[in-house]
Ligand binder design. Sequence first.
Ligand code: GCO
Length: 449
Amino acid sequence: MTFIKFPDGFMWGAITAAYQIEGAWNEDGKGLSIWDTFVRQSGRIERGETADMAVDHYHRYPEDIALMQELGLKAYCFSISWPRLLPEGTGKVNPAGLDFYDRLVDGLLANNIIPYVMLYHWDLPQALQDKGGWGERSIVDAYSEYARIVAKRLGDRIPAWVTHNEPMVISLGGHFTGELAPGIQDPFVALRVAHHLLVSHGQAVLALRTELPKTAKIGIILNITPTYPATDTDEDRQAARRYDGVANRMFLDPLFKGEYPADMVEMFGPLFPEIRPGDLQTIAAPLDFVGLNYYMRAVMHYDPDTPILQASQVFPPESEYSQMWEIYPPGMYDMLTRIQADYHPKEVYITENGVCVPDGVDFDGRVRDVRRIRYLRDHLAQVGRAIQAGVPLKGYFHWTLMDNFEWAFGYRMRFGLVYVDFATQQRIIKESGRWYEKTIRNNGFDPED
Ligand code: GCO
């Protein structure tokens, strides 16, 4: 194989989320988020860990910007903690919270790193959860108000804005399986949450457009799971189709076509949430880009014992696995080309892709995470193929900059390009980080390397 080259101006970046890195959970006037509450409930997080300190990014952000510079990142995508800005969710603004993001943005710009901002990565103000959270319609206005506040303060310096990160995970993980905050297990609520997230997205897009300069681009991040039938039988194909509906089309169709998939409306029947006149039009507000997160595929087979979905996942034994998921690089290409064919987004980014494999510090202080290098190489090769096939892919953000708090798994799962010793907060760039730096510098890579 020959050198895989990326288009000029390709946006190489890394991405993080506020709760997973910032720490400073109760400093400088920050309010509580649903995660601050959730981690304190017994049995929620492995070993009872919290992100009270996380990787102390709130205090160490200058050091972290220096690391980004050493990696040669062209862009950095981070999320804003809503309760840090609005401790009660609405109303009174906490100036110290805004000042923090102001300093972060200025620090990035001073180092020629383009800031991409995500308004919501799962840390809802607890005060709003106390009123019903995403399950209540009133959240839609609260979210727009928050979006406006951020846009007013940072809008002059941020070229790209993301409303939500992974509405599907917020809905299902937070409100159906309950493994994520706020830990609710109720299919009615989960579907209502999905709808409110989408409406709040559309309404925030309109709010942002009135606050931001015309050049600012606005999008949403979706995690897409390419789905395959376990066998060629009709039953398995339909099972895969249903799973694709729940995981992907329930979000893609309203956003890009202004309608919920008919087969899903039928499958969920009475569980389906109330849709008010105008909602679907709001949700389908035109977007400048879509961010896609790719981690895994789903191989599905017909399983009459699974309620509603009548499908369950199988894990091909011959495949390769990380500590959390199957590793399947071709799914990256399949996902990108399918989204392009079915939904025609104007611009696409890979906003998350990464892997947790056990890695640690060797005798000489280096972290030789060879499996992560292979993962990067294999997935970026598929990204390159998709660009060749005509997908308007503008950039790739690796999940994640540095090891951090991996939700219910606590600190056990490491996804970083930078290793963090959680006891001392010492940072070490991993070999994968070095490989990524070289790839950015060359705007491509040699697959033999
Ligand atoms: C997600 C979240 C990240 C995770 C990452 C690894 O995609 O689930 O956006 O916060 O940490 O995906 O699980």
